[in-house]
Design a binder for this molecule. Structure first.
Ligand code: AMP
Ligand code: MG
Length: 336
């Protein structure tokens, strides 16, 4: 077995097309050699149109693939394995990444690792933060869940029952006339207010529900409430719901490490709220560095390298895509 694996990772689940090359010995030892991306931006006021996003990916793919090799100072011959995001995600977008992976694997005779995108956020987070067994809060456009590793799987200790946190921020942003992703714009607007308006707060068991909150925020907007106050209250309410469930999971799991990953981890208010939680419980909490919080090829390349090192890869005929794919369905070969 190779001691060190060079993996080319391709990400294309939704708005981002990205390619990355990593050199990895283990989760503790390795290097990201390149991580290049291009993000599809829909017209103002609209969300991702899957076919339009897939057209964007097809258009930018050659240049992005080329740059990732160039930045890593490698050629395809140096690559040991090709990984691609096999799901969950938007069908047309997933197929672009899978098709490129298949074509490269066939032409250069390389093995393939179909990779779960959410597991990618988590394992890249572990690689970057140095936390090997954290309780994880994954908050992004596609996911909102709390997970911890046990018995070959990332087990779910709480999740959203409807919309993800990224979706409510993006959908409210669209209501304001911005295009997705709008999380950072909402953060900016929220930072100009301290006027909290009471909003629906829905925690059921250790799960959250965001749809009522989004509807309420839209209603306040229609009634003429100040945009900054709504953004502030929306963030405070949604983040408090996440913190309540995360706190309960911290107490339940008794882990000494915790990590926040996914695009919404870039939010400073969220970061400060989870950090004060960690101080109270005296646990070691790390938030994934902002550069790697959103979707990127590195999350796919890290998992591809780990899986390949553990002896897992498939041939071209098994390199399929899955639009729905829960993380607790994925067997983790590379962890004890
Ligand atoms: P991902 O799906 O992991 O790429 O994450 C994308 C999501 O992160 C989108 O819903 C964005 O609106 C959201 N996002 C990005 N930056 C921020 C931010 N600063 N605050 C809140 N959400 C953010
Ligand atoms: Mg993501």
């Amino acid at each position: 077995m190779l001691e060190e694996v060079k993996c080319l990772g391709i990400e294309s689940t939704a708005h981002t097309f990205s390619s990355s090359i990593v050199r990895l010995k283990s989760l503790k030892e390795g290097e990201i050699l390149s991580n290049v991306r291009s993000i599809y931006t829909p017209p103002k006021g609209s969300g991702i149109h899957p076919t339009e996003a897939s057209r964007h990916h097809t258009k930018v793919a050659p240049a992005i693939m080329h740059s990732s090799l160039k930045e890593a100072k490698l050629t395809m011959k140096d690559i040991d394995v090709i990984a691609y995001s096999a799901g969950p995600g938007l069908g047309p977008c997933l197929r672009v990444g899978a098709t490129i992976a298949r074509a490269l694997a066939s032409y250069y005779n390389k093995p393939i690792v179909p990779t779960n995108h959410a597991i990618g956020h988590i394992e890249l987070g572990c690689f970057l933060t140095g936390l090997l067994d954290p309780l994880v809060l994954l908050i992004s456009g596609g996911h909102t869940l709390i997970t911890a590793y046990a018995g070959k799987r990332w087990r779910i200790f709480g999740e959203t029952l409807d919309l993800t946190i990224g979706q409510i921020l993006d959908q409210f942003g669209r209501e304001l006339g911005y295009s997705s992703p709008a999380g950072s714009i909402i953060e900016e607007l929220a930072s100009n207010s301290k006027n909290y308006i009471l909003m629906p707060y829905t925690v059921k068991g250790n799960d959250v529900s965001f749809s009522g909150l989004l509807t309420y925020a839209k209603k306040l907007l229609a009634k003429g409430y100040k945009v900054e106050d709504i953004c502030y209250s929306l963030q405070e309410t949604a983040f408090a719901m996440l913190c309540e469930t995360f706190e309960r999971a911290i107490a339940f799991c008794e882990k000494r490490e915790a990590m926040v990953v996914g695009g919404v981890a870039a939010n400073k208010r969220l970061s400060s709220m989870v950090n004060s939680l960690a101080d109270r419980y005296k646990i070691n909490l790390k938030v994934v560095p902002m550069e790697y919080s959103g979707d990127c090829g590195a999350q796919i390349a890290v998992v591809g390298a780990l899986a390949f090192k553990a002896g897992y890869s498939v041939g071209v005929e098994k390199s399929l895509v899955r639009r729905s794919w829960r993380i607790d369905d994925v067997e983790i070969f590379w962890r004890d």
